[in-house]
Design a protein. Structure first.
Length: 356
């Protein structure tokens, strides 16, 4: 491990030299490539240098313990346990940083939320979850662009809503949100005060580049129609809504939120590209190992991952056994505690698997 770390540090130093080289600076594409590689190594190199510095301090203290200065020995005896604890924490951090990085971690994401069982109540919760993620994104200064939305009934809910979230590391932060989110509460239409259970499905898909997923135009059937809004009223008077069917897979994507047919088509193609890449990744994962543990809880959209219990003000993430009693705050976008707990859990799991 430490030979690899030394090699990475050497490469990092070489990159620093390249980034100040006028020949490299004059070529934007080459400069960006080296700058990204340098940035990817930065946290790892800084942690490695801190590890080396701490290790050197421990060796110095152990040398002082063998000396004749009793006063210094007492100081060293107090300092050594703290340094050894710090060294152990840094070693664990280095192991985590050396884990293979998900190539999608830096990408923007498509957030897809769909109503499941529960009728109007499930539709209302789709809206609640979308607001939660949108407010979380706003706190991180990410951009949220609604791609398409399908209203449900007249109560303000949605059968489905799809949005593009643009921000540095969006996929790395949100990727564990995929799955079935269950809500337990008394619906506004319930006269007897009974608690109902509804379900909503969340999918987090990394945005795919055109070079990653090449779509043959001959594989597409594109239909245009008039956009409709709440209550069936026309949003505009032109046939600007777009429905794209990918014939080989039967995947269907619709987009009508823009007034321009061209913009709706471009957005729909982005969603289709993301879904096709997601399908390819899932297939590859299944082929590698059908029992791959890291897939559980991270990408299975059929798995119940979280319950929001309104009467108790409780949110429970079933994958890690985490229960929080601040439901209102979480629905206001303050989901960082859950995000961090999930990341720690799955990183630790990946580390254990790499060791074994």
């Amino acid at each position: 491990m430490f030979k690899r770390l030394k090699d990475i540090e050497t490469r990092y130093e070489d990159l620093e030299g390249l980034l100040s080289n006028p020949d490299v600076v004059s070529k934007p594409s080459v400069y960006q490539k080296y700058a990204k590689e340098h940035s990817d190594f930065q946290d790892l190199v800084e942690a490695y240098r801190e590890y080396e510095k701490t290790n050197a301090r421990i060796e110095e203290d152990q040398t002082l313990l063998r000396g004749n200065d009793d006063e210094l020995k007492e100081i060293v005896k107090e300092e050594l346990p703290q340094l050894k604890e710090k060294l152990e924490l840094l070693e664990n951090k280095l192991k985590l940083l050396l884990l293979p990085k998900d190539p999608n971690d830096d990408k923007n994401v498509f957030l897809e939320i769909r109503a499941g069982t529960g009728g109007d109540e499930a539709g209302l919760f789709v809206g609640d979850l979308f607001r939660m993620y949108a407010q979380f994104a706003e706190m991180r200064r990410w951009k949220v662009d609604v791609i398409s939305s399908n209203p449900a009934g007249g109560m303000g809910g949605f059968k489905e809503i799809i949005a593009l979230i643009e921000g540095k590391g969006a996929y790395s932060v949100l990727k564990y949100e995929s799955g079935v989110h269950r809500v337990q509460r008394v619906p506004v239409t319930e006269s007897q005060g009974r608690i109902h259970t509804s379900a909503v499905t969340v999918a987090i898909l990394p945005e795919a580049e055109e070079v990653e997923v090449n779509i043959d135009p001959n594989d597409l059937r594109i239909d245009v129609y008039r956009s409709t809004g709440h209550g069936g009223q026309s949003v505009n008077t032109t046939d600007s809504a777009v429905r794209i069917t990918h014939l080989p897979t039967s995947l269907v994507v619709t987009c009508q939120d823009e007034k321009s047919q061209h913009k709706n088509k471009a957005k729909a193609l982005k969603v289709l590209r993301a879904r096709l890449m997601d399908a390819m990744v899932q297939k590859q994962s299944d082929e590698i190992s059908k029992s791959r543990k890291t897939q559980v809880g991270s990408g299975d959209r059929s798995e119940r991952i979280r319950t929001y219990n309104f009467p108790q003000g409780r949110v429970t993430d079933h994958r890690i056994g985490l229960t929080l009693y601040n439901l209102e705050s979480l629905l206001d976008g303050n989901i960082q505690p859950i995000i961090e707990a999930l990341a720690t859990h799955f990183q630790s799991k990946a580390l254990q698997e790499s060791i074994s």
